[in-house]
Ligand binder design. Structure first.
Ligand code: MG
Length: 407
């Protein structure tokens, strides 16, 4: 079939599967060619049913019959089709379709997606892993294990976000304190300095180290922490501020030389435009499906490149291997690739998503199959149905007096 032949969307479906106990949303775009279809990631794990509804009850009837070649035109139309726009549910739904259309385009061209994006700019994709534990002994063991596996970039935490989940640190709560993931910002700040001190003492200065504040601090405390961790020469300090406090990055930039990364919660271009144009950040960390897929990510990456801002796409466990592979095609081809977060794949995920990226000696590699190249075994996926018992507890963060804060 020629690349100008009229091939149209015949049906758009959404699947939910949880091979690692985390609900993943996969979108399939079927076409007028019986053997031609594509898969995309639409994983918004905490509201996955809303995404499935947006895909199957809105995008499917609205976009049947559209020419699959016209990805940009379809993306723009999807964005306008709900009138209100730029929210995580609808962006994820759009991402599922957008990534599936890029998958289809690669299959039609008989090329892996990175070839359509300009070809390889590097041979391997450097990735970082997460080291954590309830004690320094556990964290240290975790870092040793990753070093033995060949990783050279490691995000270091102790006690997860806020540094003291599980009430490891002595937090005094009021009477009748509700359940939640309590943390004390000041205890947390001191614990980070202590942790990084131990990391450098035991592992030296060749290890590239990150830390994720996860928006747990007030702006002025984030500034103080950035200055305190400056001597540890981080690869980057992540999400030091909430998305709505982005302009305060100006003060961090003026007063510290700590490389700054932000963006996994961004869903709207206004959240990144000013901070990139002013070079207040060094790494942009959006979650591809939360901004609407590959099409807007290409635009964002090229915009960031003009300001020497590098990419560090969000790569948590609540991202399907299709979504991970999609962003790795960008990683392979973009001049301003910085680093890729990687959470590993379980055996069950490899079974459901054949052909997913492989990591050897700290570098990720894609296969050269056409399109995104990570497949979806619909039969295997049914063995791992959606779970209703996902743990939401860490999302109920609280200050010591019980005040709810955003995680
Ligand atoms: Mg993060």
């Amino acid at each position: 079939m020629g690349c100008n032949a009229e091939i149209v969307i015949r049906n758009i479906r959404a699947f939910v599967t949880a091979p690692a106990g985390i609900n993943l949303v996969v979108v399939k775009v079927e076409t007028s060619e019986p053997e031609l279809f594509g898969y995309g990631c639409a994983t918004f794990t905490w509201r996955h049913k809303a995404v499935v509804t947006a895909v199957e009850e809105y995008l499917n009837p609205l976009f049947q019959g559209r020419n699959v070649h016209n990805i940009e035109e379809i993306w723009q139309s999807m964005m306008g089709s709900s009138y209100w726009r730029n929210g995580p549910v609808l962006n994820n739904a759009m991402s599922g379709v957008d990534e599936a259309l890029w998958d289809i385009k690669g299959k039609l061209a008989r090329m892996p997606l990175y070839q359509l994006l300009g070809g390889k700019c590097r041979e391997g994709i450097a990735v970082y892993r997460h080291a954590d534990g309830d004690s320094w002994g556990e964290v240290s063991k975790c870092i040793h294990r990753y070093l033995e596996e060949g990783y050279r970039y490691i995000r270091c935490h102790m006690g997860l976000y806020g540094g003291n989940q599980g009430n490891r640190q002595p937090i005094v709560k009021p009477e009748n304190a509700p359940a939640g993931a309590y943390y004390s910002p000041r205890l947390y700040m001191r614990s980070v300095v202590d942790l990084l001190d131990r990391v450098r003492a035991e592992f030296g200065w060749d290890l590239e180290v990150m830390h994720d504040v996860h928006e747990r601090l007030s702006p002025v405390d984030a500034l103080a922490l950035a200055k305190e961790v400056e001597p540890f020469r981080l690869f980057f300090l992540e999400d030091s501020l909430r998305p709505d406090q982005g302009e305060y990055l100006k003060y961090l930039r003026q007063q510290t030389s700590v490389p700054l990364a932000i963006g996994e919660l961004f869903t709207h271009p206004l959240e990144w435009r000013t901070i990139i144009q002013n070079q207040w950040v060094d790494f942009i960390r959006v979650h591809l499906s939360d901004i609407g897929g590959i099409t807007p990510a290409i635009r964002l990456a090229h915009f960031a490149d003009a300001y020497q801002v590098r990419t560090a796409w969000h790569g948590p466990g609540d991202l399907s291997p299709i979504g991970m592979a999609a962003q790795m095609h960008l990683d392979l081809s973009l001049p301003n690739f910085g680093i890729q977060e990687f959470s590993g794949f379980t055996e069950a995920e490899r079974e459901v998503f054949p052909g997913c990226p492989e990591v050897r000696n700290g570098y990720a590699y894609l296969n050269d199959a056409p399109g995104i190249g990570t497949d979806f075994d619909e039969k295997a996926a049914r063995k791992y149905p959606a779970v209703d018992s996902m743990d939401f507890s860490w999302l109920f963060s609280r200050l010591p007096d019980g005040t709810p804060v955003r995680p």
